[in-house]
Design a protein around this ligand. Structure first.
Ligand code: F6R
Length: 595
């Protein structure tokens, strides 16, 4: 997804800071970069397709005068990644510059009208209508802020927009709808950005603009106004994420750093127990159905919610993909609790579903990013405490989501035994991390595989799905997760000599049956990697490879622990392949703000 930054500084050059800030949004996935500043009634513009380092080498992005400006990393939607389509985009007089994240759905009609009025377009982007519209409204006598307000009446879609104009030195105006945007207040420096990592080094006092509010950054401060031009007294939240949390800290990649931070992420999320207890106290007795809604990895975390809440609390629970929510959730009522799980809190599919559910039901969001849209739109919020996650593949936020779900289910059911088991999970994870050389060696063996299968039963089934997703997204190897019992109903036909099959065998009621599934695939020549408890080692002798986990990890808490070797396996396979960057898998973005 595109990322935007804007800043207004006092007596400092904006370009080096904009470059530094926008580099921190690389993780969002991008193909082009650009910066615009303004000085002496002139816009300075440098932009091109390519990675930030390459473009900087070619254009020297830091070397631009001006103490205010805007920057962008583009993830192409309308038009190929090339210099012309890169942001910022300008009006014909080159007096206004605009960056935009999102999609202007009616850009084609607006473009046609503007062309009729004599405006000439250079790019194929939807964004370019914005500087031309701003130009049109400013020519009627409006200032940049009011021109932007007028643009919002015309454009449809999702957007975070930041703009500058040579006639208004020292000013950046910005707005948002269905796309993330935060405002950072530093010492004599003010920012807007798509996400925290961009500004953590400069500002930790944050304002969260609501839909359609207009933000104006000046050298002396920030003003936020509503659509009727009224100044709004916005709450300022100081966030405790440090700039170091968004750095690699000596690791080769964010992903492996974040895998190693899972113990702390879980411990920190467990500190939310009191907050979760309060939510449970308010809801208990008032709900007779739970529906989880999420996408991707967060959906896999949600599946565990069903395995926990139904048997432990006796409340019927369903899990829906957010993108399918509107087609399948027809029977929500005030007794239904709809739980939204999201790392970013900005995923468009999930946000849409949240808006629908808010009309009829109780809504709870389990979200990692502080102040994100979901935290502001849901009726109840549990904040996971994973800290910023930069690697595109979710790892530490997944186990934090699981921790929050276990807390919620355990407190709802009053199951102290389950809650006390959670305390030791960080230790079990650290034991696995100490054994990571074993996984590294396995990755050498498996890196040439074309297809992988992951099998799990009951609590282990969502882990199989998540293991396969991690493999697909960062190694580009095909992987499928299956409920172990489902294999013989079709996919077994695909099992052949030498196909790796990872079988999850945590101790518990499902172990025996999953062992039979292991035998089914082994008999067809699969290379089985068995992952199970040390005490059950003798049972796994038929497997080609074995990875062993602490005996105390039973099948109920296994989802929090058994995912770790699967994350490591994907990571080590990815880095053994040339040209694969596990932090920025191709075609993927960290925050998916389009439906
Ligand atoms: C995979 C991954 C994605 C996200 C999904 C939802 O590693 O990260 O599948 O889980 O895009 O994103 P959030 O959790 O931000 O709503």
């Amino acid at each position: 997804m595109c990322g935007i930054v804007g800043c207004v500084l006092k007596e400092k050059k904006a370009a080096p800071i904009l470059l530094d800030s926008i580099s921190k949004l690389e993780y969002r996935g991008y193909d082009s970069v650009g910066i615009a500043t303004a000085v002496d009634r002139k816009i300075n513009l440098k932009k091109d397709a390519g990675k930030i380092k390459e473009v900087d080498k070619k254009l020297d992005l830091k070397d631009m005068e001006g103490s205010f400006g805007i920057a962008h990393v583009r993830w192409a939607t309308h038009g190929d990644p090339n210099k012309t389509n890169s942001h910022p985009h300008l009006n014909m007089d080159r007096t206004i510059a605009v960056v935009h994240n999102g999609i202007i759905e009616n850009s084609a009609e607006i473009k046609e009208e503007l062309i009729g009025e004599g405006y000439k377009f250079k790019s194929e982007t939807d964004t370019e209508v914005i500087p031309h519209l701003l130009d049109k409204y400013m020519k009627t006598g409006l200032d940049l802020e009011n021109a932007l307000r007028k643009v919002l009446d015309v454009i449809h879609g999702s957007y975070a927009i930041a703009a500058i104009c040579v006639d208004e030195p020292g000013r950046v105006v910005a707005t948002r709808k269905d796309s993330p945007l935060i405002v950072g207040i530093g010492h004599d420096e003010y920012f807007v950005a798509s996400d925290y990592p961009a500004i953590l080094k400069y500002a930790r006092d944050i304002i969260f603009p609501e839909q359609g509010e207009i933000v104006v950054l000046n050298p002396d401060g920030v003003t936020v106004k509503d659509e009727y031009d009224n100044v709004i007294n916005k709450e300022v939240t100081t966030i405790n994420w440090s700039p170091e949390m968004a750095e690699k800290g000596g690791y080769d990649h964010f992903m492996i750093k974040e895998i190693n931070e899972q113990d702390t992420a879980i411990q920190n999320t467990l500190t939310q127990r009191e907050n979760v207890q309060q939510i449970v106290d308010e809801l208990k007795g008032d709900i007779n159905r739970v529906v989880f809604v999420a996408c991707g990895t967060s959906y896999h975390a949600s599946l565990i919610g069903k395995y926990l809440i139904e048997p432990l609390a006796g409340i019927p629970t369903e899990v829906l993909l957010a993108s399918e929510f509107k087609y399948s959730a027809r029977t929500l009522d005030e007794k239904t609790l709809v739980i939204f799980i999201s790392q970013s809190g900005e995923t468009a599919d999930t946000l849409k579903a949240l808006d629908i559910a808010n009309e009829t039901s109780k809504t709870l969001a389990i979200v990692n990013v502080v102040g994100s849209s979901m935290t502001r739109r849901a009726q109840y919020v549990i904040q996971t405490q994973a800290g910023p996650e930069i690697g595109v593949a979710a790892t530490k936020t997944y186990v934090s989501q699981l921790t929050a779900i276990y807390l919620f289910a355990g407190l709802l059911a009053g199951d102290e035994e389950l809650l006390s088991k959670l305390e030791k999970v960080p230790d079990y994870i650290n034991e696995i991390l100490k054994d990571c050389d074993v996984i590294k060696q396995l990755s050498v063996k498996y890196r040439y595989a074309k297809d992988f299968f992951y099998l799990g039963r009951g609590y282990a089934y969502p882990t199989a799905l998540e293991g396969a997703l991690k493999l697909k997204e960062i190694t580009y190897i095909h992987g499928e997760g299956y409920a172990a019992g489902e294999l013989k109903h079709g996919p077994l036909a695909l099992i052949d000599k030498g196909i790796p099959v990872v079988v999850l065998l945590p101790p518990g009621d499902n172990l025996e049956k999953t062992m039979s599934n292991l035998e089914e695939v082994r008999a067809r020549g699969a290379d089985v990697l068995a992952i199970g408890a040390r005490k059950d080692k003798e049972q796994f002798t038929h497997a080609k490879d074995i990875f062993l986990i602490n005996d105390e990890v039973d099948e109920i808490i296994a989802p929090l622990v058994y995912i770790v070797p699967l994350q490591l396996l994907s990571y080590y396979v990815a880095i053994s392949k040339e040209g694969v960057d596990p932090d920025k898998p191709k075609n993927l973005a960290k925050c998916v703000t389009v439906e």
